[in-house]
Write a protein that binds this ligand. Structure first.
Ligand code: PEP
Length: 251
């Protein structure tokens, strides 16, 4: 399985900045064959960045999607529009969307369904808050987010989904889960998916880790059996640090 390294640019970079950054990535990024690299610029830059990525190995993701095909939903963007703009992936259910924009598991499930219906590959983000971890509720929260987020999704579509485990307390805080903490949850996610959808699908599922990933900690995280990539926020905004992350060596 190719590991999946996703750069989430959040609400950073203008169209021009994103274009120049993408040009540098295409020219300079060395991508080992066992990994797939995806970048997720803000909506306005998607089309321009897609043109720059062109036939390169770097793929494009959106950071959000609406669940309807079209209509009177001011400020929203549909899955079909994202495909049209050149996206292959979409990040769904990021904790910032859950926290700041009130996204519930039900909304997330509808977005997932819309993305899959259009042929976009969803990256479903799940993760516990610090309070939930301290109460010993991490695995219950994770199980609930998987169950609710994937409810009623066709078995045939589940194979297109990747899951990002992002402990909320580790996002943008500089606090990374230890490789052991992350591995415990990743193994739990895989076994939950195995119980729900079978061994073959669970074996192929890419479960990526996110939360203050940088070039200093990625090697250890990636050496864990059930960690199949990384969702990188802050450290993906700088070309040198993102390049080092992409070239990680397991330690
Ligand atoms: C993220 O945006 O998903 C993320 C994990 O951010 P950071 O790497 O900055 O913690």
């Amino acid at each position: 399985m190719q590991s999946l390294i996703v750069g989430n640019w959040k609400m950073f970079k203008t169209v021009r900045e994103a274009e120049l950054f993408a040009r540098r990535l295409v020219a300079e990024l060395e991508i080992p064959p066992d990994r797939e690299v995806v970048i997720a610029p803000a909506f306005p830059a998607l089309y321009t960045v897609a043109a720059v990525l062109g036939g390169s190995a770097i793929k494009l993701a959106a950071q959000n999607v609406h669940d309807q095909v079209q209509g009177a939903f001011t400020g929203e963007v549909s899955a079909g529009m994202l495909i049209d703009a050149g996206c292959k992936y979409v990040i769904i259910g990021h904790s910032e969307r859950r926290t700041f924009f009130g996204e519930t598991d039900d909304i997330i499930r509808r977005k997932l369904s819309a993305a899959l219906a259009s042929g976009l590959r969803p990256i479903l983000c799940i993760g516990e808050t610090l309070a939930e971890r301290e109460q010993g509720a991490t695995l219950t929260v994770i199980a609930g987010q998987i169950k609710e987020g994937l409810k009623n999704i066709n078995l045939g579509d589940i194979g297109s989904v990747s899951i990002a485990y992002e402990p909320v307390w580790a996002i943008g805080t500089g606090k990374t889960a230890t490789p052991e903490q992350a591995q415990e949850v990743h193994a739990f996610i895989r076994s939950t998916m195995k119980d729900a959808y079978g061994k073959e699908l669970a074996g192929k599922l890419r479960i990526i880790y996110g939360g203050s990933v940088n070039f200093g900690n990625i090697g250890k995280l990636m050496s864990e059996k059930d960690i199949n990539g990384a969702l990188v926020g802050g450290a993906s905004l700088d070309i040198e640090s993102f390049s080092e992350i992409v070239k990680y060596k397991e330690v």
